[in-house]
Structure formats: structure tokens, C-alpha cells
Design a binder for this molecule. Structure first.
Ligand SMILES: [Fe+2]
Length: 199
């Protein structure tokens, strides 16, 4: 049976085909679901739509400009781009969710989360913390490393060093922290095995 999240997924998906969102969003969605199993007090009806919709504001922004929304970008970081994609994303998420008559108080919470998912370094709530962690956890996965290392002009091994050094700063939930370490260890093993095979 189709769930409300399948419906939101289908609404959000057309906006993902930029900045590898079509890889990032499904993986972060799965990571959010995994985190939710550890936090029964969190509200999946806020967390899941928020993760599916958090980056839709990148849609339609020129690729060159988008890359400046990433800290460590070789072209220099532009905090305005971060804010623009957050604000557009929050607005569009509100419109998409209203079109399926989603509860207005939930839409507001989802919009608040999207509106600060990169620029706000602290979490407003447990729901917000889970969305932030699920977003960043993708960078530790195999596909995340393969894709993101180029964004900041680093080779995969130094990129893994970099994200590894950021775990305590980025992860806002205890389970997010644990998961970041285990996912990164698996990704490192993969690169190690690949290097062994090539020898
Ligand atoms: Fe993201």
C-alpha cells in the first residue's frame, strides 16, 4: 500500500536531479529511518518529509553556484548560496505539502528544519537533530565519499580523514555519532580492499 511518505517521495524526486541528489536523498532517507528506530520520541511524520525535501532548493540553481554552497569548496564558500537553497527549499516544501493537505503545524515544523539545515549548527529539537544527522551521514557512505570528495577537491582517503575529524562536531545524536563511525569504517575497508586488489 502506498504511504503518505511514498507520495511525498514522488513529489520531491523531480527536484533531486542536481548535485547528485538522486543518490543523496534516498540514502539519507534510509539513514533517517534507521535513526528513527532508536528514537521513539521523534516524529517520523516530520523527520521523513523534511529529509526528502531538505535540498530541493538547489533545483534550478546553476551548478557552479551550487558548489559554492559547500564549505571547503575550491571556488570559495558562499554562505548566501546556502541560505538561498534553504529558503527556496522551505518555501517549495510548504507548497508541495499543502498540495496534499499535510497538517499545517507539521508543515511549519518541516519548513523550520529545512530553513536551517545547513546554516544552523545546533538543533531546534530531536526531529531537527535526526534530519541534520541523516543529511550529513551520507558523506560517510561509499557513494557519499565517491561523490563528495570531488566537491571539496580532495582525494577519497584525505576526504575520509576530513569527515572522520568532523564526527563529534557534526553529529547531534548519540546514534548518529555511532553510525557515522561504523559507516566510515565500512567505507574505509572498501577503499582498502580496492587498493589491495590493485596491488
Ligand atoms: Fe543534504
Amino acid at each position: 500500500m502506498e504511504t503518505i511518505y511514498d507520495q511525498i517521495y514522488a513529489l520531491a524526486e523531480p527536484y533531486w536531479h542536481t548535485r547528485s541528489g538522486e543518490v543523496h536523498m534516498p540514502e539519507s532517507y534510509a539513514l533517517a529511518q534507521q535513526l528513527l528506530t532508536h528514537y521513539p520520541a521523534a516524529d517520523e511524520s516530520v523527520v521523513l518529509p523534511a529529509i526528502l525535501l531538505h535540498d530541493i532548493g538547489y533545483f534550478g540553481l546553476p551548478t557552479e553556484t551550487q558548489m559554492q554552497g559547500i564549505a571547503g569548496s575550491p571556488n570559495g564558500w558562499d554562505g548566501d548560496i546556502t541560505r538561498i537553497h534553504e529558503q527556496r527549499g522551505a518555501q517549495w516544501a510548504g507548497e508541495l505539502l499543502s498540495s496534499i493537505n499535510y497538517a499545517p503545524h507539521k508543515i511549519r515544523e518541516i519548513q523550520q528544519i529545512i530553513d536551517g539545515h545547513d546554516s544552523r549548527t545546533f538543533a531546534l529539537s530531536l526531529n531537527d537533530a535526526i534530519v541534520k544527522d541523516a543529511d550529513k551521514l551520507w558523506r560517510f557512505t561509499l557513494s557519499g565519499v565517491r561523490i563528495c570528495h570531488r566537491w571539496v577537491n580532495k582525494q577519497p582517503i584525505p576526504f575520509m580523514e576530513y569527515v572522520g575529524s568532523k564526527i563529534d562536531e557534526w553529529m547531534l545524536t548519540e546514534q548518529g555519532n555511532i553510525l557515522a563511525r561504523s559507516i566510515l569504517a565500512a567505507t574505509r575497508r572498501h577503499y582498502q580492499e580496492q587498493a589491495d586488489d590493485e596491488r
